[in-house]
Design a protein around this ligand. Structure first.
Ligand code: ASP
Ligand code: MG
Length: 414
């Protein structure tokens, strides 16, 4: 431990907007914060804006500017107020309960960022003020999703980034863990809306969680990345109940994580583009994909067939919303000769995820035979060390998830 660390362990708790949507809910969260403080812990609380207030602020700005895009600096000043409202109200709630508390803006809490308004990155955190307030016995409430740039201007970190603030503060303060309280009660083996056999996980590894988060489970992936890099355990639970949540961590693999398949991730908004009859030569992949990158369109699964007669087919997936734009770009690009561009929509991505699959053969075969038995046609396949991904028709998602959940016995623990 460095000398700047106080005697008490630090825990960072973050409350999402829906957990703070009104005065009653603010007190509900305050109660939880007080009992953590009573346990003999130094508590830092990160708050999101109340309910949908960030959306309301955005709507207000467009009501004022009309067609014109609002100035990015003014926008950040505006949006930062949402989190300030909940931070100040939380400090007041704690005070009325007889607890010393102070609210701080991101800047006051020492959070320094680059100057990219609307999607700033945290550069550094000066913990002096936080440490001083904790040493004075206070609970410190920090407005999430914001910081201060070198020029002294308020920046925001991007939608949903209060999670990132919380994990970053936990890292900077060498906290025991970061607790995220939200309206979901943890991480499930798969989307519970797809099968009633979905089971809440007691724990999940960072890498698995990144796959699950990127593929649709509700957590800000940036915060998981930060947790993984600095090995900061993140506990996700509901603020509305006392049910145990899910611990995301990188520690010793315990029984459950050792289970080969941990979960099934689903992304229902997949479109694909196939460029047919591409004249094969070095540079075609770059030639086809660079114009998409220039237009800010992210690609996901990429397949290129081996060529026969000097031509090949090149297929990739994009978010469903980007399909038309991506097809247009490929038809108009002049880097690569091709015969035709075909767009496909209404696809989905279904992946089995688990660190236990690494170096263990047979999981892919089991996944494919399970899907075959369920009558699900696989359109594309891609794998990583801890994931096997299939692209299928969206209408088959439920069928596929139910079959896979049963085949890999995900309803059972350990
Ligand atoms: N209030 C911001 C948003 O709604 C940040 C957050 O909630 O994490 O995106
Ligand atoms: Mg929010």
């Amino acid at each position: 431990m460095t000398p700047e660390c106080g005697a008490l362990p630090v825990i960072v708790q973050k409350y999402g907007g829906s957990s703070l949507a009104n005065a009653k809910l603010i007190h509900n969260a305050a109660k939880r914060i007080c009992s953590l403080k009573d346990d003999g812990t130094d508590v830092i609380v990160v708050v999101s804006a109340m309910g949908d207030s960030t959306d309301s602020l955005i709507a207000l700005s467009s009501a004022v500017t009309g067609e014109a895009t609002p100035d990015a600096r003014e926008m950040d000043n505006l949006l930062s107020t949402g989190e300030m409202v909940s931070a100040t109200l939380m400090a007041m709630a704690l005070n009325t309960r007889g607890y010393g508390a102070i609210s701080l803006s991101g800047g006051q809490a020492g959070i320094k960022t680059d100057s990219v308004h609307g999607s700033a990155r945290i550069a550094d955190i000066n913990t002096d003020r936080l440490r001083r307030e904790l040493d004075n016995g206070r609970i410190v409430i920090v407005a999430g999703f914001q910081g201060l740039s070198d020029s002294g201007d308020i920046t925001t970190l991007g939608r949903g980034a209060s999670d990132t603030t919380a994990v970053a503060l936990a890292v900077a303060m060498q906290a025991k863990r970061c607790e995220i309280y939200t309206d979901v009660d943890g991480i499930y083996t798969t989307d519970p809306r797809l099968t009633d056999r979905a089971r809440k996980l007691a724990e999940i590894g960072f890498l698995e969680m990144l796959e699950m988060a990127a593929l649709g489970a509700k957590m800000n992936p940036r915060s998981i990345e930060l947790g993984a890099v600095y090995d900061m355990p993140i506990y996700v639970a509901s603020s509305f109940s006392d049910e145990p949540g899910t611990l995301i961590h990188g520690g010793e693999q315990t029984m459950e994580i050792r289970k080969a398949v941990t979960g099934i991730a689903v992304d229902r908004n997949v479109g694909k583009i196939t460029v047919r009859g591409v004249v094969d030569r070095p540079g075609i992949a770059a030639g086809l994909l660079q114009p998409l990158a220039d237009a800010g369109i992210s690609i996901d699964v990429v397949l290129q067939n081996t060529s026969s007669d000097g031509t090949t087919d090149f297929t990739f997936t994009v978010a469903q919303a980007d399909v038309d734009a991506a097809a247009e770009i490929e038809r108009n690009q002049t880097n690569v000769e091709f015969a035709e561009v075909v767009a496909g929509t209404d696809l989905a991505k279904v992946s089995i995820v688990g660190t236990g699959m690494e170096n263990a053969p047979g999981y892919a075969a089991r996944m494919f035979s399970t899907l075959a038995a369920a009558g699900v046609n696989i359109d594309m396949i891609t794998t990583s060390e801890i994931r096997i991904t299939t692209i299928i028709e969206r209408s088959q998602v439920q069928n596929a998830v139910e079959a896979l959940h049963d085949a890999f016995e995900l309803e059972k623990t350990g």
